[in-house]
Design a protein around this ligand. Sequence first.
Ligand SMILES: Nc1nc2c(c(=O)[nH]1)N[C@H]1C(S)=C(S)[C@@H](COP(=O)(O)OP(=O)(O)OC[C@H]3O[C@@H](n4cnc5c(=O)[nH]c(N)nc54)[C@H](O)[C@@H]3O)O[C@H]1N2
Ligand SMILES: Nc1nc2c(c(=O)[nH]1)N[C@H]1C(S)=C(S)[C@@H](COP(=O)(O)OP(=O)(O)OC[C@H]3O[C@@H](n4cnc5c(=O)[nH]c(N)nc54)[C@H](O)[C@@H]3O)O[C@H]1N2
Ligand code: SF4
Ligand SMILES: [Mo]
Length: 690
Amino acid sequence: MPPREAETHCPYCALQCGMVLRDSGDRVEVLPRQFPTNRGGLCQKGWTATELLDHPDRLTTPLLRDPASGELRPATWEAALDRVATGIHAIRSAHGRDAVAVFGGGGLTNEKAYALGKFARVALRTRNIDYNGRWCMSSAAAAGIRAFGIDRGLPFPLADLGRADTLLLVGANPAETMPPLMRHVTDQRERGGRLIVVDPRVTATARQADLHLQPLPGTDLAVANALLHIAVTEGLVDKAYVDARTTGFEQVRRTVAGYWPAEVERLSGVPVADLEETVRALARGSAIILTARGAEQHAKGVDTVSAFVNLALALGLPGRPGSGYGCLTGQGNGQGGREHGQKADQLPGYRKIDDPAARTHVAGVWGVDPDDLPGPGVPAYQLLDSLGTPGGPRALLVFGSNPVVSAPRAARVTERLRGLDLLVVADFLLSETAALADVVLPVAQWAEEEGTMTNLEGRVLRRQALRPPPPGVRTDLDILAGLATRLTGTDAAFPTDPRAVFAELRRASAGGPADYAGVTWERIERDEGTFWPCPDPDGPDTPRLFADRFPTPDGRARFHPVSHRPAAEEVCAEYPLHFTTGRVLAQYQSGTQTRRVAALRKAAPRGFVELHPDLADRLGVDDGDELIVTSRRGELRAPARLSPAIRPDTVFAPFHWGGAARANSVTNDATDPVSGMPEFKICAVRVEKA
Ligand SMILES: Nc1nc2c(c(=O)[nH]1)N[C@H]1C(S)=C(S)[C@@H](COP(=O)(O)OP(=O)(O)OC[C@H]3O[C@@H](n4cnc5c(=O)[nH]c(N)nc54)[C@H](O)[C@@H]3O)O[C@H]1N2
Ligand SMILES: Nc1nc2c(c(=O)[nH]1)N[C@H]1C(S)=C(S)[C@@H](COP(=O)(O)OP(=O)(O)OC[C@H]3O[C@@H](n4cnc5c(=O)[nH]c(N)nc54)[C@H](O)[C@@H]3O)O[C@H]1N2
Ligand code: SF4
Ligand SMILES: [Mo]
């Protein structure tokens, strides 16, 4: 037999690097593929992704918790799905429909994300659904909608980075989080462009920069307002653009007038001269401003993004060639995952669930009465924190997330999960969250299923199946259909063929902000992906937005005045250091997958605490010493990694590990009032030698 091949994309991050999989019978290889985003490149995670297909830890049978022994035991699919359905029936009759909750993920395909949202609203009829994208994209999404009327992470193709004279990265470390993206940055710099990075650490990305601003965590908003202040005083504002294409500048101008650069230097530690150099570079020629989680994962994340959007608008960047504002979406389908109805307040096509016209349209596609659709639920952390509490949900179904490791204040969230009457987790590995479940359902992996993903550019991509899932394993769509049959008595509404689901998704999204009506699988393959909005199969797609107008009622972008406020928790005598968290190259997210890949485990075997040698001196700590990092919420234990690359007043830990090294034992569960984003990037801690 000749080897089987499939053209697909990496299962991990939003760059969705193109790759070819080849199955020669005894092994599955990853081969490079030329695709516009990664141009043949992959990072170490992509190269090793197939190792999990035949991994010994792979789940191949449903597991049920045995009431007598308390252990998870293999069971048939019939028994497992019956147990879930019986449990849901009992909880619903005792506590009402909202007592059953759903938690989704930004790694799910568009088809699964759509089916999950529909399952919650139609089969469960609960308002309680949200997903891990709340931890990820929610602040940039809210700020984008507020300013531009639409939330597409990058409103232009990634290759446009290469055309920018200046590129400003705020709280983004793509050299570790999306390495092949740096090829576009290299293009940009080879053309003579300048790279400016804003990060409290001298990251692999910052090391490549022409200028590195190293602010105290949580001060980006003030930095952005000071940049705009300087733009105003130096006459760098693009007045013609502001007059013709925006509203609300005057109020923002008055607000930033109070952001004296010298004061912002005292607050953030960024020298006035660097602020001036940054604005002057941005105002010269073309410029792109990108934010990522470093700026966004704060209780003021929405306002911080708005501050950078204000700056971009004042300089006339959005809609101009090689210019604009964008956010770097994180998860594999972080973009599509936020469009099709997994969000608490959302219906497919990025519609609002409290909009009567949206309800009528979607209910029509679903064949239900609009009045039967539930209303909006609550954001992810509020949802998880209410589990098992009086009046809160008593059952939770998890598809594509591992909150025991990734949720803020994770010890508390774990307690809440333990307090449930029924926890169901669909996964292909026994994550820390699955290990707590009453029912574990084994699912197919990316190389075993068809579907679509929407990458960080808003480009819809095709995932091709290399081979069928192993015996005993089902797809997420199969599981939703099996449960829907048991709960509603009919399986007609929940097709298991991803093509059929996509066809329905196109109709449900038609006319909405994220319009997929004109996207077909054939078109995606022919054109290396299709950019939404794309309302018409015979009409164009939309690689670039905002050239002539913004999708707001009056066609103009909206300034939004924002003011600096302190972090939700400030340092004090007892907790004198700032704690921030993030990622390393060789591990992905909660680590369920990458901690099981040999080469990645070797590259990044365990958690660590990064601290400056001067701070280590003061604490009497040597490199490798076991440390205890304590906050008001809990502690983590991990070895010290000394590095002059971090500010001496700040310590950093990656969040990829559970157990003692879990960073989220320490993080703050304060959330942004608009987006619900938790404050993962700053809290107050004390550091001691164990
Ligand atoms: N290797 C790897 N790659 C990934 C992932 C992964 O887990 N591992 N996850 C994917 C996902 S879902 C996401 S969301 C993206 C995230 O991609 P990034 O946003 O690039 O990743 P982070 O490491 O979370 O944060 C970026 C930087 O923010 C800095 N930072 C911390 N606090 C602040 C602050 O207050 N202000 C500023 N300006 N910077 C601050 C940190 O030092 C860090 O270097 O990565 C994606 N790619
Ligand atoms: N301290 C701190 N915490 C953070 C962050 C931070 O920067 N600092 N970042 C936050 C961000 S940006 C994110 S995105 C979250 C991510 O954190 P999580 O939501 O925990 O995301 P993953 O670790 O990707 O979990 C995905 C789980 O689903 C499984 N899975 C993968 N694909 C599928 C599928 O198709 N179907 C099913 N059923 N299961 C699947 C995987 O095996 C894994 O167990 O973490 C957040 N937590
Ligand atoms: S950059 Fe992201 S999509 Fe590309 S290979 Fe690495 S993890 Fe996969
Ligand atoms: Mo993310």
